[in-house]
Design a protein around this ligand. Structure first.
Ligand code: CMC
Length: 428
């Protein structure tokens, strides 16, 4: 028998269906409430709202667990590759060898940009933030692939996903090249996904460039860990824009815009800036006091999460990986990493952070690795955007293929004026 949930306003009561997934907290189906009870549900910031069904990613926030299509993110980071994880997220299953070869081939052959699109970069100042450039360039892809994209056609949706995953490194690397005034370097088909990205960012026409396999592997692991995170702010934004039937490339650019904020993906850049500002372990208590002071806007960046009330499993893997990468580059005594470890140690013993279950999140340690690889701080969030593109595309494809999909349109509690008469301007 289906489980129900009883609510009452004191006079009448309603039985609401409970919607249960395969794992996780059940949800009360409130869709009929406005009709039967004449009330809406109130949940600003969606702290208790499930916006859809999804088969893609599961988070157990209390236990600090994350799975893509049933596979733990730790195991994928250890044993899989970013492109294989992309296939998994998009298609629901790990590929066999033939499927993987075909997928790799499809991604490899969509990496180039239309030359007209490349001209758009010249419209940006050299010091434009790369996330602004990414938002603009990816939004502009919609102009190149509009008439040819039928959002109801699964084959068109697949081609869109492949194009997006393939072109994001090219787009982000070109944004970096524009900012440093160097010629853009095109993709090279024989390189793997992250090697290709590193080459497009750091090669110059005047010299041979050899990709460091340790750097490529480190990026690959970081990309696996950032690939999807269920209904986070940017993914929900992509879903919402997509629910109107909008062009999917335009929908992805809304996700990039949402990711940029410091409460979301922009936190990786903010963490590095914060560590640089703190500067020294002796300053940690002062900055913790600032983070706890409600009159001070300062927050400990890279700490806290809406869903995790335990260590973010991605942060654990990245922290471990920091040691390996720093050792490889002979940077064992990296001051920022030491400072981050000290900040974590002190915060996790502090009552304020313990009480609120505030732990390091994915953004706390990732910047240490990016920096060791020579990636500039303002490119940290674009790295996140490249990795998350598959998540956005997978969610958009899942939503568009769902016959229950309707335009996403929340309601509100109106707190403005009641009806009043217009007053002529000279009488105001
Ligand atoms: N530093 C100090 N206090 C904090 C922090 C922090 N980083 N995070 C949360 N709190 C406090 C918050 O002030 C509140 O205190 P009180 O109960 O006294 O009012 C309590 O902890 C609960 O926090 P909240 O603001 O209600 O939590 P939220 O779910 O609305 O926000 C968050 C989650 C991630 C936006 C927030 O923790 C934050 O701003 N963290 C810093 C930014 C950051 O690292 N973002 C990356 C998130 S993970 C990657 C991603 O999403 O892309």
């Amino acid at each position: 028998m289906a489980k129900t949930y009883q609510i009452s306003d004191g006079n009448t009561s309603s039985e609401l269906d409970l919607v249960e997934g395969t794992l996780g907290t059940p949800a009360v189906d409130v869709r009929g409430l406005a009709g039967t009870q004449g009330v809406f549900t109130y949940d600003p910031a969606f702290t208790a709202t499930c916006s859809c069904d999804s088969d893609i990613t599961f988070i157990d926030g209390e236990a600090g667990k994350l799975m893509y299509r049933g596979y733990s993110v730790e195991q994928l980071a250890e044993q899989s590759s970013y492109l294989e994880v992309c296939y998994l997220l998009l298609n629901g299953e790990l590929p066999n060898k033939t499927e993987m070869d075909e997928f790799r081939d499809a991604i490899t052959h969509h990496t180039m940009l239309n030359e007209s699109l490349v001209k758009f970069y010249d419209g940006f100042h050299y010091d434009a933030h790369p996330m602004a450039v990414l938002t603009g360039i990816v939004g502009s892809l919609s102009a190149f692939y509009h008439d040819k994209t039928d959002v109801r056609d699964p084959e068109h949706r697949k081609i869109f996903a492949h194009r997006m995953i393939a072109k994001m490194p090219t787009i982000a690397a070109a944004a970096y090249k524009h900012s440093v005034g160097q010629p853009k370097i095109g993709p090279k088909n024989q390189l793997d996904y992250t090697s290709n990205l590193l080459r497009m960012m750091f090669a110059v026409p005047a010299e041979e460039y050899e990709v460091d396999p340790v750097a490529a592997k480190a990026l690959d692991v970081l990309f696996i860990l950032h690939a999807d995170h269920e209904q986070n702010a940017s993914t929900s934004t992509v879903r919402m824009a997509g629910s109107t039937g909008a062009n999917p490339y335009a929908a992805i650019s809304t996700g990039i815009a949402a990711l940029w904020g410091p409460a979301h993906g922009g936190a990786n850049e903010a963490v590095l800036n914060m560590l640089a500002e703190i500067g020294d372990a002796s300053q940690v208590p002062k900055y913790l006091d600032k983070a706890k002071d409600k009159n001070d806007p300062f927050k400990l960046m890279g700490f806290g999460h809406r869903v995790y009330k335990n260590f973010d499993p991605r942060a654990k893997v990245i922290r471990g990986y920091c040691h390996q990468v720093l050792e490889h580059y002979n940077m064992q005594n990296n001051k920022l990493f030491e400072l981050a470890l000290e900040l974590e140690r002190v915060a996790l013993e502090d009552e304020y952070f313990v009480e609120r279950k505030l732990y390091p999140n994915v953004d706390f340690y990732s910047g240490i690795i990016y920096q060791a690889l020579g990636i500039p701080v303002n490119m940290f969030t674009p790295m996140f955007a490249i990795a998350r593109t598959v998540g956005w595309a997978s969610h958009w494809c899942e939503m568009m293929g769902d016959p229950k999909m309707r335009i996403a349109r929340p309601r509100q509690v109106y707190t403005g004026y009641d009806l009043r008469d217009y007053v002529d301007i000279d009488k105001r």
